[in-house]
Write a new protein. Structure first.
Length: 279
């Protein structure tokens, strides 16, 4: 069957994550893309070590999975606008240390991101990932009933008003408040996924504010259980590729004032929906 059947894969935990061994991302074939896509759907995040790829090769690898996004935090004059550089050190403490799914403030949040480690601290700076299908499955039946068919509101300004030094109204003019189902159906696997996060979700629509807050707090905590997680220790030239539709991630900001530099290319996704189970 070609390279797809030959991929050597080592799971990180029973819940989520796998390392793909023995591949060279400077030599990408259709068979490799097919195999990586299948592994991504199964494990929700896949990892590669020792990939000395150029920015152009990084972009080309990501583009093999779909159209690419440009993040509003990317400098306007950057040569490769598809690359979002995330750099922290003595003058910038890492701030991605909350469980979240990326860009849920978009009408069509991303399919996934491919993150490459450029420079990493000797200790710390790991990224954790949580399987949000498993998180949903472990919710009490009463909670599942409460969130069935519910809609949540997502707001870019919750994070990026401060980071981009813009007023919320400025951001909302270009990125208006967005509504997505609290539980989304994965468009490729059909799995049900908890799709609210502490970074960008502001409230559940048409619900009493206090009830909304309490319910969201419970849903956010569904990612906190180590039994639905994996933890990846970075080395220079390591790569993580996560399915943003199926998992949340948390970048541990425990390395200050050491330097951590990452580069991310993100693949555009589709509009989240909820499909009733046929069971």
């Amino acid at each position: 069957m070609g390279e797809k059947s030959q991929l050597k894969i080592e799971p990180l935990t029973p819940a989520i994550g796998a390392e793909i061994l023995g591949v060279d991302l400077t030599n990408v074939t259709p068979e490799l893309i097919e195999g990586v896509r299948a592994a991504l759907l199964k494990y929700k995040v896949v990892f590669f070590r020792d990939q000395r790829i150029s920015p152009r090769q990084h972009i080309d690898f990501a583009r093999a999975f779909g159209d690419l996004e440009i993040h509003p935090a990317t400098p306007k004059n950057q040569v490769d606008p598809e690359i979002l550089r995330l750099a922290h050190g003595p003058d910038s403490r890492g701030s991605e240390n909350m469980w979240h799914s990326d860009v849920t403030w978009r009408e069509k949040p991303s399919l996934g991101s491919i993150l490459r480690a450029v420079e990493v601290p000797a200790v710390g700076g790991d990224t954790l990932f949580a399987n949000m299908t498993m998180a949903y499955e472990r919710l009490p039946d009463a909670t599942k009933e409460k969130i069935h068919d519910r809609i949540a509101v997502h707001d870019i300004a919750r994070v990026f008003a401060k980071r981009l030094n813009k007023r919320p109204e400025e951001l909302h003019a270009k990125y208006p408040l967005m509504e997505h189902p609290v539980v989304r159906t994965h468009p490729e696997t059909g799995e049900q996924v908890v799709y609210v996060n502490g970074a960008f979700t502001s409230h559940i629509k048409d619900m009493d504010p206090q009830e909304s807050k309490s319910l969201l707090d419970e849903l956010y905590k569904s990612a906190w259980n180590p039994e639905v997680q994996c933890r990846f220790k970075w080395r220079a030239n390591s790569i993580a590729f996560w399915d943003n539709r199926a998992c949340q991630h948390f970048a541990a900001s425990d390395y200050f004032p050491a330097v951590r530099v990452m580069e991310r290319v993100t693949i555009a996704g589709d509009r989240p929906y909820f499909q009733h189970s046929s069971n």
